[in-house]
Design a protein around this ligand. Structure first.
Ligand code: MTE
Ligand code: MO
Length: 390
């Protein structure tokens, strides 16, 4: 059956029939019977998917810059709002998870085009299809690696963060080219058609329900009032020792032992060392700050301890100094952390000795850890050994 668009809703333009020997399986004329493989459906899905990917890209960029800023930017990152990273990273993971069913539906709607004949009508058409292949591959890999990251599962040989970052640019670039190429088709199908297509409403309602369901059952890992619905996310932010999840336990950090003669070492113009008891006799402050993990969960806690800015002043550090913090861990990617001056100076930035009123337990960083406003969890260094003025 050769279907030419007539009257009713437009199908994707039918091309030539494939050669006789190929006319089987998906190359059979009429192989795709659903009327929903058509542009209006893909435009409706594309709007939602595009919005989710855009939010995901921008919040991902924020995440990357806060965790690993280029030198020219590091002094300009804001320490406020204190919850900023919690919100952007929460949105990053929420939009990424929502994009998964949306991308599935969008690909289902367009996949008959994979079997178009001829595979390329012109050089331009070949380039366009190549662009779509890159876009689809980048988006799928991005969603897949991101989802596995929320599970702390890295079954691949490449570094997650850099790969995820560059794939994000590739996907976004590919998306912009795709939108430009498809602009006329998008414009034609932007508005609701006068004749509704049977089945489309039910299909779109199912996609909306699926997206809503995965969002609602995972968003509670970062959105406190959705906590009770948090059934599918890897973490419940209220489950963990001392009322807070643990990302990497002391055991996972290499059977970490705190030496009996532990002292905080502060290195600056007037270096000094302090025991835990001596730290406890310095002026103590409290700050309510979240741990916001890049993997998507976040939880607020009440931290108590000494202000970093006061420790630095005591070492004779000039105002506006950056610091390097080293953990007791033997190795591990988060053993050493650098903190630009705007965080080190902030009255909310603490060398915390307590969490939610109790002495830190080993998993939360005993004897002392860093907490600072608007910073990714990975930079909230646990088991602190040394603070150096840079
Ligand atoms: N020294 C050290 N500090 C660390 C880590 C680590 O592996 N080593 N993990 C970080 C990560 S990824 C997070 S999310 C927070 C988690 O803090 P919590 O386990 O107390 O909740 O600690 C951070 N501090
Ligand atoms: Mo983390």
């Amino acid at each position: 059956m050769e279907s030419k668009p007539s009257g009713g809703p437009r199908r994707f333009d039918p091309a030539l029939p494939p050669p006789a020997f190929l006319r089987r399986g998906p190359f059979r004329p009429g192989a795709f019977r659903s009327p929903l493989h058509e542009p209006r459906t893909t435009v409706v899905l594309g709007r939602w998917l595009g919005a989710a990917l855009l939010v995901c890209f921008l919040t991902g960029l924020a995440s990357h810059l806060l965790q690993d800023p280029p030198a020219w930017l590091s002094g300009a990152l804001p320490a406020r709002p204190a919850n900023g990273y919690r919100v952007t990273q929460g949105l990053h993971v929420i939009s990424g998870i929502a994009a998964i069913p949306l991308a599935g539906a969008k690909l289902w709607a367009v996949y008959p085009r994979l079997f178009e004949w001829p595979p390329a009508r012109s050089v331009l058409h070949a380039l366009e299809r190549l662009g779509i292949a890159v876009l689809v591959a980048a988006v799928l890999l991005e969603l897949f690696t991101g989802l596995l990251n929320t599970l702390q599962w890295y079954p691949w040989p490449f570094p997650f963060r850099q790969t995820h970052f560059w794939l994000g640019w590739l996907a976004t670039g590919g998306l912009l080219v795709h939108l430009a190429v498809k602009a006329p088709l998008i414009a034609r199908n932007w508005r609701r058609p006068s004749t509704p297509l049977p089945g489309r409403r039910a299909f779109l309602a199912s996609v909306t329900a699926a997206t809503g369901l995965v969002t609602l059952t995972t968003a509670g890992q970062s959105v406190p009032w959705l906590r009770r619905l948090d059934l599918l996310a890897p973490r419940r932010p209220d489950i963990g020792s001392q009322g807070l999840p643990v990302n990497r336990t002391a055991a996972q950090a290499g059977a970490l032992t705190v030496p009996a003669d532990w002292r905080l070492e502060v290195v600056g113009p007037r270096p000094y060392r302090l025991t835990l008891a001596e730290l406890g006799r310095l002026p103590q402050y409290e700050a309510v700050l979240p741990i916001a993990c890049v993997e998507g969960w976040s939880a607020s806690a009440r931290w108590g301890g000494v202000r970093i800015t006061e420790l630095l002043a005591r070492a004779g550090a000039p105002a506006g100094s950056a610091v390097r913090v080293t953990s007791l861990e033997a190795d591990g990617p988060y053993r050493v952390m650098e903190m630009p001056p705007q965080y080190a100076d902030d009255p909310l930035t603490l060398l915390a000795l307590r969490v939610n009123g109790a002495t830190l337990n080993p998993d939360h960083g005993f004897p002392a850890r860093i907490v600072a406003p608007n910073r990714p969890g990975v930079l909230q260094t646990k088991w602190v050994a040394r603070i150096e003025v840079l």
